[in-house]
Structures are given as structure tokens and as C-alpha cells.
Design a protein around this ligand. Structure first.
Ligand SMILES: CC(C)(COP(=O)(O)OP(=O)(O)OC[C@H]1O[C@@H](n2cnc3c(N)ncnc32)[C@H](O)[C@@H]1OP(=O)(O)O)[C@@H](O)C(=O)NCCC(=O)NCCS
Length: 176
């Protein structure tokens, strides 16, 4: 576990270049789905940021999205380590796959405990949103994510087949 100062922030133009570099790192690692809304914004930071702001209040949401808040986890206020989303409520689709929270850690910073710390920080935010329990889903073969959830108090409660990938997805709940 690192002792660096970690915090969650909303997307900010102050770190637009750092964010661009972070996205490139995911893409170079073959991860095209992570924060794909940035690509859909043609990598124009102001368009991306407006999407994030609108999504918080449910404005201009893509189909099947619910209102969500985007957070970056930053080290020492400047280096982006991870990206996460807090979905404000569940839909039948999110109860099968997606849950309340989605998260990722940039490839070069994995296996250093950051994923576990990022979820812990998001759970603190969930309490501010007056949520009393949250659902997280995870592919059956995503061992890293399963460990992150369990280390943060997640209890496996069920499973489903993803209509998107046809893979088995595990369901967890965390009581806040
Ligand atoms: C899953 C992910 C968030 C893990 O982040 P991370 O920062 O590497 O996680 P941590 O360092 O906190 O590791 C937590 C535990 O999982 C283990 N772990 C991490 N990656 C692993 C892997 N690929 N295979 C097996 N174990 C793994 C770590 O060794 C650690 O185990 P320990 O608690 O026994 O020490 C990261 O790999 C990622 O962003 N993946 C792509 C997006 C994704 O899958 N998001 C989750 C969707 S549910």
C-alpha cells in the first residue's frame, strides 16, 4: 500500500493533458471501453467535461445511462491514477451488470493497492449521497476486482449472464 496523498476529484481542465495521457495509456493497453465517452467527445476536453457535468443531473444521457458522477483518483493532486463512476440508482439492466460503481486503474499503476484504495474512497462518497448499500458487479474471472470488492466489505449475493458479453458476472453488495 502506498502512503501517497490520494483524493477523488471531478474532471477538471487543469488536468486535461494529464487526462489525455491517462486515456492513451488505457488505449495502448488495448482497453478501448474505459471512459470511451472521451473518444465519443472526439477527445475534446470541454465536450467531455460537459458530458460529465450533464450526466450528474441526468441531462443528455446516452440511452440506458442513469445519472452518474465521474471521479478521477489523483495522487498529490496532479497525477491521475484511476477513473470511476458512481451511478445514482439501479435499473433492471444495471442489476444484471454494472451496479452502482464502475472503476479502473491506469495500467502502469496496477497491483500497487490503488484499486482497493480507490473503492474505499468512492464508498465514502456514497455515504454522502445517502446510499445505505451499493451493488458492484464483476466478471467471474476478474480476480483483481473481486479482491478489491471483498477487501472493502463486499458480500457475493448472486450472479447472472451478461447480455453484453455472455460471460458470468458476479454480484456483490456492500453495506455502508
Ligand atoms: C481490476 C483493477 C481495478 C485492479 O486494480 P489494482 O490497482 O491492480 O488493484 P489492487 O492493487 O488494489 O489489487 C487488489 C488485489 O487484487 C490482486 N490483483 C490485481 N490484479 C490482479 C490480476 N490481474 N489477477 C489476479 N489478482 C490481481 C492484487 O494482487 C491484490 O491482491 P491482494 O489483496 O491479495 O494483495 C485493474 O486491473 C483495472 O483497472 N482493470 C480494468 C478495469 C476493470 O476490470 N475494472 C473493474 C470492473 S468490475
Amino acid at each position: 500500500m502506498t502512503t501517497d496523498k490520494l483524493s477523488l476529484i471531478r474532471p477538471t481542465p487543469d488536468l486535461a493533458t494529464a487526462f489525455h495521457q491517462t486515456i492513451l495509456e488505457f488505449r495502448e493497453n488495448g482497453e478501448l471501453n474505459i471512459e470511451s465517452i472521451y473518444d465519443r467527445s472526439e477527445r475534446d476536453f470541454s465536450v467531455y467535461q460537459q458530458f460529465c457535468l450533464d450526466a450528474e443531473t441526468g441531462k443528455n444521457l446516452p440511452r440506458e445511462f442513469v445519472p452518474q458522477t465521474t471521479f478521477w483518483m489523483v495522487r498529490n493532486k496532479q497525477y491521475i491514477i484511476g477513473i470511476s463512476h458512481l451511478r445514482h440508482y439501479l435499473t433492471p439492466g444495471l442489476k444484471i451488470e454494472g451496479g452502482h460503481i464502475g472503476y479502473s486503474i491506469r495500467p502502469s499503476e496496477r497491483n500497487k493497492g490503488y484499486g482497493t484504495q480507490q473503492l474505499a474512497l468512492i464508498l465514502k462518497v456514497c455515504r454522502l449521497f445517502d446510499l445505505t448499500k451499493v451493488m458492484i458487479t464483476c466478471d467471474f474471472d476478474n480476480i483483481g476486482s473481486q479482491k478489491i470488492i471483498e477487501k472493502n466489505g463486499g458480500i457475493r449475493s448472486g450472479e447472472a449472464i451478461s447480455p453484453r458479453t455472455n460471460k458470468l458476472v458476479y454480484h456483490y453488495w456492500i453495506t455502508l
